[in-house]
Design a protein around this ligand. Structure first.
Ligand code: SF4
Length: 388
């Protein structure tokens, strides 16, 4: 049977897409993200597609060829060979859908053929098979990490795709012999009252043995997603929306307590995606979370040592030098630098901030959106003294 591909949109159809959807290379916190295939039939109610005006796109389509997309990625002003962490198809489709996987492998083979050693993150909840493991293993240069999204949500109105499918994929890929790629149990989105009973937590602790590391995180509850929940009559998880992921304090405390009693062969637990991705490749965190020391209290000692050794507080001059090639950083002002983070203002969006953060492996905070102590860069929702 010939390999399956998705239909290629005409130039007119691409021009008619929402503006943000047309931006196929976008910097997100965990890496520079390539998204020239858009559309997904899995229908998770909380999908980030809502925020790109793409919720109705259920059938994956291509905005351009894979070769053109890779060229755009590697020529992008944010791209640095061997350094910039990359993500493929993490915004508008699942990379291992039957029609999408050939595009994923075309992109990965192209990047690997250039002998690039960048981190590449691939997030999925789809079915993977032995052939996928072999093809991933054939990549010689990229630092590949598969992140398996698992929520344990049973309400089919919120997540119609069965969580069990991803458990099978994770077990298969992690058990594959002599693999070069790494696997992460991506436990999310955690939502109080929906998937946080003691039984849910105990199950996650058991599943975490089938990956090299585990990350827990909450829900992006943005206005567009809240509107959809209301219009569809779904139970609303929170009374307010937020620009960051929501992980209430009591939920985090219960997760940490449960994982303190996890099976001895369970994988280490992390709060941050980049921490887990870096750990599974034996490298310090590329987002420089080490500066935010309270994040590191659950990290394995050897990893803590790697991050401690790599931690360097940049100077104002180094920040300006790192941003020198970016026209959008012309108005950047460094307002404060501490051991924890550099605070800047004057950026028109989050993207140049992520660029700087990855270039310097140091936390860069926007003065307009201050990070609160102990809140781990998450939303204020569900934390005591939220405005302290
Ligand atoms: S030491 Fe801290 S920054 Fe480094 S990986 Fe662990 S939690 Fe992340």
């Amino acid at each position: 049977m010939s390999a399956r591909h998705v239909p290629l949109l005409s130039a007119d159809a691409v021009a008619a897409l929402p503006e943000r959807a047309r931006d196929v290379v976008e910097y997100r916190k965990s890496g520079l993200s390539l998204n020239h295939i858009q559309g997904c039939p899995l229908d998770c109610a909380y999908c980030i597609r809502h925020t790109y005006g793409l919720w109705d796109a259920r059938r994956p389509r291509a905005l351009m060829s894979d070769a053109e997309a890779v060229e755009r990625l590697v020529r992008h002003r944010y791209f640095r060979p061997h350094a910039t962490p990359l993500q493929v198809f993490n915004r508008a489709t699942d990379p291992f859908l039957p029609d999408v996987r050939e595009h994923l492998f075309a992109v990965l083979s192209d990047l690997d053929g250039r002998e690039l050693t960048n981190h590449v993150l691939v997030i999925t909840r789809a079915h993977l098979n032995v052939s996928d493991c072999e093809r991933l293993n054939a990549l010689r240069h990229l630092k590949m990490t598969l992140l398996f999204t698992y929520s344990g949500i049973d309400d089919k109105r919120i997540e119609p795709h069965p969580s069990q499918a991803v458990v099978k994929s994770m077990r298969l890929t992690t058990a594959h012999a002599s693999r070069r790629y790494r696997t992460i149990f991506y436990w999310r989105p955690l939502v109080p009252g929906l998937n946080d009973t003691a039984a849910h937590l105990a199950r996650a602790a058991v599943l975490s043995r089938w990956a090299d590391a585990t990350v827990f995180t909450g829900l992006f509850y943005r206005d567009e997603i809240a509107d959809y929940y209301r219009a569809s009559g779904l139970p609303e998880p929170y009374e307010e929306t937020a620009r960051r992921k929501i992980v209430p304090e009591t939920l985090e405390g219960r997760i940490l307590a449960r994982f303190a009693r996890r099976p001895p062969d369970a994988s280490p637990l992390f709060r941050k995606t980049s921490c887990a991705v870096s750990y599974v490749h034996g490298l310090p965190d590329y987002n420089g979370h080490y500066g935010i020391r309270e994040l590191c209290d659950i990290c394995p000692a050897a990893q803590l040592g790697r991050c401690a050794q790599a931690h360097q507080v940049p100077t104002v001059r180094q920040l300006h030098e790192a941003a020198a090639d970016l026209p959008e950083a012309a108005a950047m002002r460094v307002t404060e630098i501490t051991e924890r983070a550099a605070q800047i203002d004057g950026f028109p969006s989050e993207q140049p901030r992520y660029f700087l953060q990855h270039r310097l492996a140091f936390q860069i905070h926007d003065a307009a959106h201050p990070h609160r102590q102990r809140r781990h860069g998450r939303a204020e929702v569900g934390w005591e003294n939220a405005n302290d």
